[in-house]
Structure formats: structure tokens, C-alpha cells
Design a protein around this ligand. Sequence first.
Ligand code: HPA
Ligand code: ZN
Length: 335
Amino acid sequence: MTDDLKQLIRRLPKAELHIHIEGSLEPAMMFELAGRNGIELPYPDVESIAQAYNFNCLQDFLDLYYQGMSVLQTRQDFYDLTWAYLRRCKQQNVMHCEIFFDPQGHTERGIPFETVINGIGTALEDATTELGISSRIIMCFLRHLDEKSAFDTLEASKPHLDRITGVGLDSSELGFPPSLFQRVFDDAAALGLKRVAHAGEEGPPDYVYQALDLLGVDRIDHGNRSLEDTELIERLVQERMPLTVCPQSNLRLAVVDSMSDHPIRTMLAKGLNVCINSDDPAYFGGYVNENFDALVDATGLTGDEIVQLVVNGFESSFLDGPDKRKYLDQINELR
Ligand code: HPA
Ligand code: ZN
């Protein structure tokens, strides 16, 4: 039975809407790029990198994540990183992806914005023609940095808006509420950009309200702690607000105590518009299919629920109507 479900997961075309491209940096590539760029890593070999990943909260993970991305230096590095992720997508039948990147994680270390966006953007372009994968780019502001830095980043993005669909908000959540970024999100909206924000991963339901009311988001990233507030749940259901849920991330960052405690089935049963994503696959133990597999093994997720989650992913994407329809028709034929 679970084998049938795992086949179903593999057969279905999928969309991924919550993936930090820097979080797809596998230890082997980190080691290779460190060598290529003459950077000293605090690890003797590839195996000890993965062994160091014993974080149990968001901040411990983020410290390693920012250290890891320091090996990314050239346009080619960003191209190679993105291309490796896209090849995984192809293997997993992830046919559409909306990729986050953290410009300030690079500009703060002297890497020009254009080096980053051109490397990522060219790989995504090549994937359209060579792999048949469609994509969007979402630029995230690091919420542990100040508003001025976010405004500078928005300014730096202006020559590249043909490549950028939206803005997001990520990094350390507690103590950095969405309200701090209301003005920069207003400016992003005026530029015609979509808006998303991480909220309710470690932060309280109030941060989800702020993301909705002050930032005007089109999606909430994570959103798990919305379950603590009945009125908020009702509103999210009514607005069909997407929540991009990341099960293996939730487990590794102790948002849930065990995978069998993951609330995904409860979320579906309440009518929430949830979909499944990998977040930082190189750090959390898997890509989209492994996240589905883990839910099947631990929570008894059914075939109908799998299809619903996959449908929600395409419906919540920034694809245009006809492209959404194309994927939804394919899913209908396979279910
Ligand atoms: N939460 C917040 N910031 C992040 C994450 C996350 O899960 N991954 C990469 N940056
Ligand atoms: Zn994330």
C-alpha cells in the first residue's frame, strides 16, 4: 500500500513553492566550491559537513546555512548550484519551482547582486528549454537585518525586475515581526511584485496576522502556528490563503516533536490550502518526494490527500491560468 502511494507521489507532476536555493547546497558541492574558490571550510571532509548538521532550532540551522553559502562566489557557482537543484526537480517530476534567494547573504560579503541573479536566472532559463521546468524567482529580505538594508536590496534589484516575480521575508523570526518591513513591502507592491513571508514557523499567530494585514502577502511560508488560533484558521480557509508547509524542516527545527505529530492531515481536514515543500533540502534530509514519503510513513497520508496537496501547490503558484490548467489536467489524468 505505501509502495503504491510512493509510486503515486513519483508519477504526479509537482510544484515546489518554498525552496531556498542556498539551502540546496549539498555538502559535496560545498566542498568542491570551497576548493575551487580557495576558501577554508571548518570541516576536514564532506562527511563531517553532514555530521555537523545537528541543529535543533531555527537559529542554530541559520548559523550553519550562512556559513555554508560563503563558498558561493561567482556567477558560475550560482549557476551550478541552481542547475543541480533543477536536475533533482527533473528526477522527482517537480515541473514548476518558485525559488527563494537571499541577496543580502551575498551582498553583505561583497558579492554583487547581479552575479547572484544572473547565475540563478540563467540556470532557470536553461531549465525551461532543456528540462521543461518552469520557474519564478522570489527575492527574500533577511529580517535580522534592518529596514535600510532591505530598501537597499530592493533598489539593487530594480535593473533585474524582469527576472524577479516577488519578494519574501526569511531568517530569524522571533523578535523580527513582519511590521518592521511594511514600508519596503509597500514599495515592492508598487513595483508590481508579488509578496510572501515566512510567518508562524517559530513566531506566534500574531506574526501571521501581520503578514496578511501589513505586508499584504499572497502566501504564508510555513504558517504552522496558525493552528493555535481558531479565528485565524477560519480566515485563512475563507481567503484560501496558501501555506507552504515543509515537513522535514519542521522536524529538524523542532517545530514538531516527531513526524507522526505533523499536523498536515489536520490542516487538510480544516480546509487549509496547504502544499508540501522542501525548504532547505541539503540540510533537512530530502527534496519534495522525500517529504511526501516521510508523511506517508508517519501520518497515514492517503492517496486523495496526496493529490490534494499537489493540486494546492499548482493552484497556489504564480503560474498564469493556462499553465495551471495544463498541470491540473495532467494530475486529473493520473489520479
Ligand atoms: N526559516 C527562516 N529562514 C530561512 C529558512 C527557514 O526555514 N530557511 C532558510 N532561511
Ligand atoms: Zn523557508
